[in-house]
Design a protein around this ligand. Structure first.
Ligand code: GDP
Ligand code: IMO
Ligand code: MG
Length: 415
């Protein structure tokens, strides 16, 4: 089996954790290639429910190695807590490989995010993601490889501290930070290494590698709704650079989409419903952030945005999640175009202003009454649900290969 990608097609929280965990059975490596602890990937299995922030969902399986590749920014303090949570649930200790090229999220990154006003204006997760990637781009960042030599680490930290010195903020205490980082390094030395070699060798040997995207296409730093985005490449494009492989190694690209749309944080969202429907979706879909607990904004499916996600990722197949949440609605609306001023627009706009003024043009489809959570075969779904899925397939020109009807792994229909 080739490299498989699991990519969010909307604004994140599409259910990538469930899909990645489900598909990682028999997979050798599950690789996170972008983002950091801003992600919250939920897995429900026989041990219970867990929300992962750095760990790839498939890393919970015995026999699978979870790789945190260099495209990520990693907070050692949060990662330790996450591993403690895994242990607390009585799960086996995950086998990990942390890229020595990955950048470290430091305490001051979180302070900068709040202090600069970015946390509030963008509605970030306050995990220090943006400032850590900014330091990387500024060539000031600290990589895990730097921690191998205490003198190098001290020198780089003091350079960083000097660059960010701010008379209005107490200086960070480099010695305390350095000591805690050295403790982390000492404890995790055997799991820190060259992930490029491991991933490329596995692919060359024909072993199974799954790439688990974090966030979603519309939060990509280049392709998303800038500036209301995250700071990494969340699309299929992030895999080659963030894991250090050739793009031709990824043969299956699975686009994960919710049967409706959600967004958390600020930024335009044309199909957002701030009335009863939005409230109903939030309640039934339990739409509260897995990392921050914030209520997610909810609305109907947006095919303009999804056609764009399809165009840029070229998904080979789709996984539609949360179909069960739509049960009981008399009709289902699907946004097929936008009205911007007097114009009908079918392409997802690059201008933030245009997107902010976009009004959805809806097509109305019949809903279904039946609870679908117990259904395991596509043919047994209510007719209107099958028609809805076919409508999505035809609009995007890609087959739906997986339908999720509940959070548990068994609540899945393979087609
Ligand atoms: P991710 O960030 O893409 O991994 O998604 P999250 O874990 O943040 O959010 C998805 C939420 O929906 C989690 O609470 C999942 O347990 C839950 N979930 C996943 N698939 C389904 C489904 O098909 N139906 C329902 N009702 N919940 C689902
Ligand atoms: P998963 O992997 C949904 C959003 C934040 C904010 C913007 C920037 O669980 O799908 P950041 O902290 O990254 O600088 O915040 O991106 N965001 C997410 N929204 N799911 C996520 O991850 C997200 N990660 C970041 O809410 O709007
Ligand atoms: Mg999430």
């Amino acid at each position: 089996m080739p490299g498989i990608a699991v990519i969010g097609a909307q604004w994140g929280d599409e259910g990538k954790g469930k899909i990645s965990h489900l598909l990682s059975e028999g997979v050798d490596l599950v690789v996170r290639f972008n983002g950091g602890p801003n992600a919250g990937h939920t897995v429900v299995d026989s041990y219970g429910e867990i929300r992962l922030h750095h760990l790839p969902a498939g890393a919970l399986r015995e026999g699978t190695v979870g790789v945190l590749a260099h495209g990520m920014v990693i907070d050692p303090w949060v990662l330790r807590e996450e591993l403690q949570e895994v242990e607390k649930q009585g799960r086996p200790v995950p086998k990990l490989l942390i890229s020595d090229r990955a950048h470290v999220i430091l305490p001051h990154h979180k302070e900068m995010e709040v202090g600069s006003g970015i946390a509030k204006s963008i509605g970030t997760t306050r995990r220090g993601i943006g400032p850590a990637y900014a330091d990387k781009a500024l060539r000031l960042g600290i990589r895990f490889a730097d921690l191998a030599d205490q003198d190098v680490a001290r020198e780089r930290l003091s350079r960083l501290e000097g660059a960010h010195r701010n008379p209005y903020r107490p200086p960070m205490d480099p010695e305390r930070v350095v000591q805690e980082l050295f403790e982390f390094y000492a404890a995790f030395k055997d799991t820190i290494g060259d992930s490029i070699r491991t991933i490329t060798a596995a692919l060359a040997e024909g072993r199974n590698v799954l790439f688990e995207g974090a966030q979603g296409t519309l939060l990509d730093i280049d392709l998303g709704t800038y500036p209301y985005v995250t700071s990494s490449h969340t699309t299929v494009h992030g895999i080659a650079s963030g894991a250090g492989i050739s793009p031709k190694k990824v043969e299956r690209i699975i686009g994960v989409l919710k049967a409706y749309t959600t967004r958390v944080g600020e930024g335009p969202f044309p199909t957002e419903d701030v009335g009863q429907l939005g409230e109903l979706l939030r309640r039934k879909g339990m739409e509260y952030g897995a990392t921050t607990g914030r209520p997610r904004r909810c609305g109907w499916l947006d095919l303009v945005a999804l056609r764009y996600a399809q165009r840029v990722n070229d998904f080979t197949e789709l996984a539609v999640t949360k179909l069960d949440v739509l049960s009981g609605l008399p009709e289902i609306l699907v946004c097929t175009a936008y009205r911007i001023g007097n114009e009908r627009v079918e392409e997802f706009p690059s201008s933030l202003m245009d997107l902010s003024h976009a009004r959805p043009i809806y097509e109305r489809l019949p809903g279904w009454k039946e609870d679908v959570r117990g259904i395991r075969v596509k043919e047994e779904l209510p007719r209107a649900a099958r028609d809805y899925l076919r409508y999505i397939e035809e609009a995007l020109g890609v087959p739906v290969r997986l339908i999720s009807v509940g959070p548990k792994p068994e609540e899945t229909i393979f087609c």
